[in-house]
Ligand binder design. Structure first.
Ligand code: PLP
Length: 376
């Protein structure tokens, strides 16, 4: 029996150099400040704001709590228009705030919320739109902003996939009323667990900072019903070190993306996304669509073939959020309301991509895709 080749997962986190982290840990151990807006937390927020090109950022213990808090910060209630093609946390954040998600279909080019279908879903109860820059590709920002203005709606972008993405040199996080990042281990930039809210004025940042710390303004003043969603000093120090290598990580992802594109170009029934002019991408994911009619293999067959070869691609996002409890019985969750999302979720497969994925591993992945492509 031949030895099974080493497992390749869809992602692998980048960690900061242990010797450099140790220097920071020593500082924390010396000064005994381990959380509550300590020196590393403050330095991390400033460094992040500078790196991303945003004015105000509040870091969080994770992206889901940042989403929950963003909705609280803007007093969002009633119904919110959102996408079914995302990670479940997008809708869960609404559900935890007792807000009804209203699913609107995605557009077929980049799988983000389709602006042409938003207006029909607006009711007197609608208060906001929560679109997702899925796979790090920007939503149709101008059209969404136009609709939001016309109907007096707030826009909160779930930018969990979009760390470092820019449009014509401007951070994607500068769009919408608020923009939310995730620094989870699986994301392009990680602090093990973590997240952030980007806001546009000092008063809103202050409000968000109160909300993430039980509502405390000072020792004796509680301004509202806050939560505990603070990032600790160890993660903030770790995050500061991560900023030193993030450009290199994104560059390596770009090279891997180019290799996949070259290798898979022209493979019948296999398609993938291209770069968008004017957009600085972060190459967070490499989704392909598998068309059975022209490739001779279904997405799930290909997924299982890869798995048998110890390659763990992932079906992001399958099933759709609208297919899970507690959403599947909502009127907007009906399949006929979401034809594009249902089509994409049945065909999409995200291939392994992370900075240390080597050429041999990339070759293994695309060769299997080509081998089982019956049309080749
Ligand atoms: C990862 C993710 C989240 C949740 O972030 P956590 O930091 O894991 O809580 C929210 N939305 C999307 C689209 C995500 O991919």
């Amino acid at each position: 029996m031949t030895k099974k080749k080493e497992a390749v997962y869809v992602t692998k986190p980048v960690l900061p150099p242990l010797n450099e982290l140790n220097i920071y840990l020593k500082k924390i151990w010396d000064n005994k400040i381990i959380t509550n807006n300590g020196p590393f937390h403050q330095e991390f927020e400033s460094a992040l704001a500078k790196y991303l090109g945003v004015k105000h950022i509040s870091v969080f213990s994770n992206g889901t709590l940042a989403l929950l808090t963003a909705l609280q910060a803007l007093n969002i209630t009633g119904e919110v228009i959102t996408t079914p093609f995302s990670f479940v946390a997008t809708s869960h954040a609404l559900w935890w705030n007792k807000i009804k998600p209203v699913f609107v279909d995605i557009e077929p080019d980049f799988y983000t919320l389709d602006p042409a279908k938003i207006e029909a879903a607006i009711t007197p109860k609608t208060t906001a739109i929560m679109p997702v820059h899925v796979y790090g590709n920007p939503c149709r920002l101008e059209e969404i902003e136009h609709i939001a203005k016309k109907y007096g709606l707030r826009v909160i972008y779930d930018a969990a996939h979009a760390f470092g993405v820019e449009i014509n040199g401007n951070s994607i996080n500068n769009f919408g009323d608020l923009s939310v990042l995730s620094f989870h281990a699986t994301k392009v930039f990680n602090t093990i667990e973590g997240g952030a809210i980007i806001s546009h004025d000092a008063a809103m940042k202050k409000h968000i900072d109160h909300l993430k710390n039980f509502g405390f303004e000072d020792e004796v003043t509680v301004v509202g019903p806050g939560i505990n969603a603070k990032m600790n000093e160890i993660q903030a120090a770790y995050g500061l070190l991560q900023l030193k290598t993030i450009d290199e990580s994104i560059h390596k992802r770009k090279i891997i993306t180019q290799k996949y594109r070259e290798a898979l170009d022209g493979t019948p029934g296999i398609s993938f996304l291209a770069d968008i002019p004017g957009v600085k991408h972060n190459y967070a994911y490499f989704p392909i669509l598998v068309e059975k009619d022209s490739s001779g293999i279904t997405r799930d067959e290909l997924y299982n073939r890869l798995k048998k070869n110890n390659i763990y691609a992932r079906r992001y996002f399958y099933p759709l959020i609208s297919q899970f409890p507690p959403y599947k019985n909502l009127k907007s969750a009906k399949k006929k309301n979401l034809p594009v999302a249902h089509d994409i979720t049945s065909k999409v497969l995200c291939l392994p991509i992370y900075p240390t994925l080597n050429t041999i591993e990339i070759d293994r992945v695309y060769k299997i895709i080509k081998r089982y492509n019956k049309a080749v």
